[in-house]
Design a protein. Structure first.
Length: 444
């Protein structure tokens, strides 16, 4: 039996285990164990998955495509859009029913929006892996697939030992210092809006950390103190990251329903019931925030309508308030049924980057991001992606996250700039958003 055949055989083995009262601790322990190679942890409502030990994958740079499978790598140029290149590469792999997990960077959008001149030739656009091992935790217990019996025993022991373990000690970070000239960049954006270049742009700032961080421990502590739509922690290709995503960029379910969840409009949260309630009232009545949200929803509606069956696109929960860690947002949900001649990757390409992380009109907003955002974004405002063999897909927006490479660790946050924006308030908003992660950073 070949290595590939053996891995396929093992992928069919499943074991059900004990009930897990603290899945955050379990996933953090698996990520920290350092026994399973590269990994992606992904949380969606009601389910957690630890996907590890890559047997293959797709890595897309601005200038080349690398496809890995069973120890062999092919490298070459790619054509079309990044979404088409990744979709084709995955379709050509003998996945045998396996899922794919990974991330796409903000620069992934440059090809569809005419901004390739801004992208470094070696910039990573996407990195997806096909895991040998998957560990799923839901209300029914633990399911392990793809692992050997010995590995399965180790996994269950790691999970059992994690339950009741004390929380790690935080090393909070000062996010008030800004060497990136953020307020001046916001003022430039406001001036460009007044000159008619675009209606809105999301400008961000990077906060470098003065010490290396423990990503799995920071994930555990941060997740306990956040209320994300999705969460993740990953280690792929020299990049580690953990985040508490406030919204979906795009999902396509088994019935081909496309969903996006634009958030726009922000106030601080977690400062006490009375203060939070006053901030909520201010949020839902602030004309600047309402306009910012409405034009984001309008853009999302148009994007889904472009890939959906006619007359299936609709908005629900318009301008609801959703609490996401240290902030509360105006939020809406937009859905439509994917047209028969469109793929999930077509839907993702249309909706990416999230309108709430780029700008309006999107092409002009993205151009402004590349010109004014001081540092390349990479994973920030990109997406963590899961792809099922039956065509279901989720791409969750990477915000409220912690990042680390061999060159250091950092945080990043942005704010939506419109014609009524005040630079000092937008800077304050970045501080509020950084408050979802900065207090929970764990030093390595």
């Amino acid at each position: 039996m070949s290595v590939t055949d053996e891995r396929v055989r093992l992928a069919g083995e499943q074991q059900w285990g004990e009930h897990v009262t603290d899945p955050v601790a379990a996933m953090s322990a698996l990520a920290a164990a350092d026994r399973f190679g590269e990994y992606v942890v992904y949380e969606k409502p009601g389910e957690w998955v630890f996907a590890a030990d890559s047997i293959g994958g797709v890595e897309l740079d601005a200038d080349q495509l690398r496809v890995n499978w069973d120890g062999r790598t092919s490298t070459g140029p790619w054509t079309g859009s990044p979404a088409q290149a990744v979709d084709r590469a995955l379709a050509e792999l003998p996945l045998a029913g396996r899922n794919a997990y990974g991330w796409i960077g903000f620069e992934f959008c440059a090809w569809s929006l005419g901004a390739t001149a801004h992208v470094h030739p070696r910039a990573t656009l996407a990195h997806l892996m096909i895991p040998r091992i998957e560990v799923r935790i839901d209300e029914t217990g633990v399911r392990v697939s793809g692992a050997t019996p010995a590995e399965t025993g180790d996994i269950h022991q790691l999970i059992a030992d994690s339950q009741g373990a004390p929380l790690p000690q935080a090393h909070p970070v000062d996010v008030s210092v800004d060497p990136t000239g953020y307020q001046d960049r916001v003022a430039t954006g406001v001036a460009e809006i007044h000159s008619g270049k675009y209606q809105k742009v999301i400008l961000s700032r990077k906060v470098n950390l003065p010490f290396p961080v423990n990503i799995p421990a920071s994930y555990r502590l941060g997740r306990v103190n956040n209320t994300p739509a999705r969460s993740f922690v990953l280690r792929l290709g020299g990049l580690e990251a953990a985040g508490f995503s406030p919204e979906l960029v795009a999902s396509v379910d088994h019935d081909r329903v496309v969903t996006t969840e634009p958030l726009a409009g922000t106030r601080a949260f977690g400062r006490g019931a009375e203060v939070d309630a006053a901030a909520r009232i201010d949020l839902v009545s602030d004309p600047k925030e309402i306009v910012e949200h409405a034009i984001s929803v309008q853009t999302s509606f148009s994007e889904i309508a472009a890939v959906a069956e006619p007359d299936t696109t609709a908005v629900s929960d318009f301008m609801a308030v959703r609490e996401r860690g240290s902030v509360q947002h105006l939020a809406s949900t937009v859905k439509g049924r994917l047209a028969a001649d469109r793929s999930p990757w077509d839907a993702l390409e249309m909706l990416f980057p999230s309108v709430t992380a780029s700008g309006i009109p999107k092409a002009a907003g993205v151009d402004a991001v590349f010109r004014l955002d001081h540092d390349p974004r990479g994973l920030y405002s990109g997406a963590v992606v899961t792809v099922s063999p039956d065509g279901a897909m989720e791409a969750t927006l990477v915000l409220r996250a912690l990042y680390q490479t061999g060159e250091g660790a950092w945080l990043r946050a942005g704010a939506g700039v419109v014609g009524q924006s005040r630079p000092e308030r937008e800077f304050e908003e970045t501080c509020e958003k950084l408050g979802s992660v900065a207090p929970y950073v764990v030093r390595a």
